[in-house]
Write a protein that binds this ligand. Structure first.
Ligand code: ADP
Length: 494
């Protein structure tokens, strides 16, 4: 019997055959083969011929040939040299005289000599290599083009970024500086050499502290806006953490030079302050004398004059209110009026406003009531909170017809304290609601025509609420009434 071991030394006769031949067992396992088979079919003793012929047809015929003892021939079997090239071969299968185990001689007829065949195979492989190297050259050319395009793109982007009026600093998720434009260099008095590959907290410690950058947990950074004096400039820094697919990827800082704007704001605040002070004294004296006359202290006033004097008195009162509001708003906006924060008892604020405005409500027979949950405290400036709530309640009384109701409530709501003022007055249309908090905005309608006001009360209220890191909201419908709600962070003893 021939075993796979002794098949390495095929019979001398078969070894001379220039076409591939092989001897397989009934399951298609190679028992013996010549060098041509090894060289160009890649088959060796022990392999299955399935790996070469990729077809079950050949295998299926083997048991049949063994059983019948007759030779068989299959014409035109495609034989893969590699993935792309195939040759067509004829295959002859001859059962070998029965021994211990059935064997079949498989011989391939390539139509050419095996040398030609190998040369053809080599030529095809060369062709393939040639094709591949051409493809490779094409890909490298494209890659080079793309790289050049990218470099050009980056250059253009750099020109734009460096031409920006505002400073721009960008970092990666660790805080390495990857972008620092020319304006940022000017504002920080740093140069490219100082910033290249540096860490934000080392290169710009002042900025890093201002935005609360924490180098050990950069991902905890919040979006924020801070004003920071940098050298001789006042710079507003907009800090935006960047996220990619939910993962912290770095931060972008936009630096806006607000020195001029701040100087202008200061100038505006100074003018308003001077003008208000200068106007207040003559106004007080006008109102004082007019009220004296109206009170009859300076002798009897004819009825015809009394009406005019009342108009002068009312208008000087309105003018005085306007001056107060303008002064307040200008101080609040310019940051001159700093809030003196502390623990504020919400009940105290509500009671204060209630008692102050009760007479005004009584005058219109409006039912003013106050419901305050016990134990509410916020962190705030008590005078400013009283001022904000006074504005809302006095508006509610002003814009509610006689015999209406105004309800002041205070309650806790998810870590916040809400103070709300609800009335059943004239209400506000959706359009007006959008503009209501703008300075000097007043709703113009037949209901408001005869109601005095400056249009500054709600702007002041919102500025105060903003200063307390709170929010103000409004629900209203014309003819049904309005509810203004101020929500403030509850007091936390640290
Ligand atoms: P004003 O001095 O005119 O009251 P505000 O800024 O306080 O100025 O209010 C702006 C405008 O908003 C008012 O002129 C009024 O038209 C409207 N408004 C404010 N509160 C109410 C309210 N409770 N009901 C209806 N309208 C209101």
């Amino acid at each position: 019997m021939t075993s796979p071991q002794d098949s390495n030394t095929p019979s001398p006769l078969l070894a001379r055959l220039s076409d591939p031949y092989l001897v397989v067992d009934g399951e298609g396992r190679v028992l013996e083969c010549n060098q041509t088979t090894v060289a160009f079919l890649g088959l060796s003793p022990g392999d299955s011929i399935r790996s070469c012929f990729h077809s079950d047809e050949l295998l299926a015929q083997l048991p049949q040939i063994i059983a019948s003892g007759a030779a068989n021939e299959i014409e035109q079997v495609p034989l893969g040299l590699n993935d792309n090239d195939q040759i067509i071969v004829g295959i002859q299968m001859i059962p070998i005289a029965p021994g211990d185990a059935p064997r079949i001689l498989v011989s391939l007829n390539t139509g050419t000599s095996s040398l030609d065949f190998l040369q053809e195979a080599a030529r095809k492989t060369d062709e393939r290599i040639q094709q591949l190297s051409e493809q490779l050259a094409l890909v490298s050319r494209e890659l080079l083009m793309k790289t050049t395009q990218l470099a050009e793109q980056k250059q253009k982007t750099d020109v734009i970024i460096n031409g920006m009026e505002n400073g721009l600093i960008g970092t990666d998720d660790q805080g390495h500086i990857i972008q620092f434009n020319d304006t940022a260099e000017t504002l920080t008095h740093l140069s490219g050499d100082d910033t290249r590959n540096g860490m934000l907290h080392e290169v710009c410690p002042t900025i890093s502290q201002a935005i609360h950058w924490n180098e050990s947990s950069p991902e905890s950074l919040d979006k924020s806006t801070v004003d920071l004096p940098l050298h001789d400039r006042m710079v507003r820094i907009h800090c935006s953490p960047i996220h990619e697919e939910g993962r912290f990827a770095g931060v972008v800082l936009i630096l806006v030079d607000r020195t001029k704007e701040q100087e202008l704001e200061q100038l505006k605040a100074d003018i308003i302050s001077i003008v208000s002070h200068e106007m207040r004294s003559p106004l007080t004296s006008i109102k004082g004398y007019v009220d004296l006359m109206l009170g009859g202290d300076l002798g009897p006033i004819p009825d015809s004059i009394q009406g005019y004097l009342s108009i002068v008195s009312d208008n000087s009162k309105r003018l005085s209110e306007l001056l107060d509001d303008m002064l307040d708003l200008s101080r609040l906006e310019s940051g001159q009026l700093t809030l003196s924060m502390g623990e504020v008892d919400v009940k105290y604020v509500c009671d204060y406003v209630y008692h102050n405005l009760k007479p005004m409500a009584d005058e219109k027979q409006i039912t003013l009531s106050c419901e305050v949950q016990a134990g509410l405290h916020v962190s705030g400036d008590v005078d400013r909170l009283q001022q904000a709530l006074t504005n809302l309640v006095s508006n509610a009384v002003k814009y509610t017809p006689e015999k209406g109701t105004v309800l002041v409530q205070a309650y806790a709501d998810s870590g916040q304290v809400v103070m709300s003022v609800k009335d059943n007055g004239i209400g506000i249309s959706e359009d007006d609601q959008k503009k209501l908090f703008q300075k000097f905005y007043r709703v113009k309608s037949e209901h408001t025509r005869n109601i005095g006001g400056t249009g500054l009360g709600l702007s002041i209220t919102r500025t105060i609420v903003d200063g307390h890191k709170g929010t103000i909201s409004l629900e209203s419908a014309p003819g049904e009434g309005s509810t203004f709600s101020i929500s403030l962070p509850a007091w936390r003893s640290s």
